[in-house]
Ligand binder design. Structure first.
Ligand code: 16G
Length: 167
């Protein structure tokens, strides 16, 4: 990556998130009961996902590989208060390299101002680097561009048009 991790300031890592009441870790099945889907609903439509549907999707993600759903838990209340996912695409290009995508970034809006967004995005971005991705990409709303720029993401001139086909 262009930016070295050491440039992130303050240095925050999964092992040292700065507050002793929270932990950054991979998603667990038990997070269904810790408000994980309710948190995702702060990002977009989740729908009525039952526990068995959640478990089935969890298993599918585990079996297919390449899904790193990462959460922040407030251990005082056993609640999931932040989440972000790294998905890894396998490529032929760049010597059969891997491309990471940052997806479904959300922080509980009652925990604003604690740099949790930064914590989870930096953690998942370092994870992408660690698993060998040659780049990490994301789509976001206009108002979040500045936030991601402070963490080392850039709009690439002539190369940054996110397009969708909705079904
Ligand atoms: C944002 C998210 C994306 C998520 C989408 C959901 C980040 C960096 N981007 O673009 O991952 O899937 O919102 O919105 O978190 P939608 O329901 O309109 O597709």
């Amino acid at each position: 990556f262009g930016k070295s991790p050491a440039k992130f300031n303050p240095k925050i890592t999964a092992a040292n998130p700065g507050e002793n009441w929270m932990i950054v870790r991979p998603l667990r099945r038990s997070d269904f009961d810790k408000g994980f889907l309710q948190l995702l609903a702060q990002l977009t439509t989740v729908g009525n996902v039952s526990k068995s549907e959640f478990n089935e999707r969890f298993t599918q993600m585990q079996q297919s590989g390449g899904y790193y759903v990462t959460v922040i838990e407030d251990t005082r209340y056993s609640r999931i208060i932040g989440a972000a996912t790294l998905t890894v695409e396998q490529k032929f290009i760049h010597n059969c390299s891997l491309r990471g995508r940052l997806e479904d970034v959300v922080v509980n809006d009652t925990y604003r101002g604690k740099q949790l967004g930064k914590l989870i995005v930096v953690t998942v971005s370092l994870l992408a680097q660690e698993v060998g991705c040659y780049k990490m990409s994301l789509d976001c709303k206009d108002k979040l561009v500045k936030f991601y720029e402070t963490l080392g993401y850039t709009l690439e001139a002539g190369n940054s048009n996110a397009m969708n086909m909705r079904f």
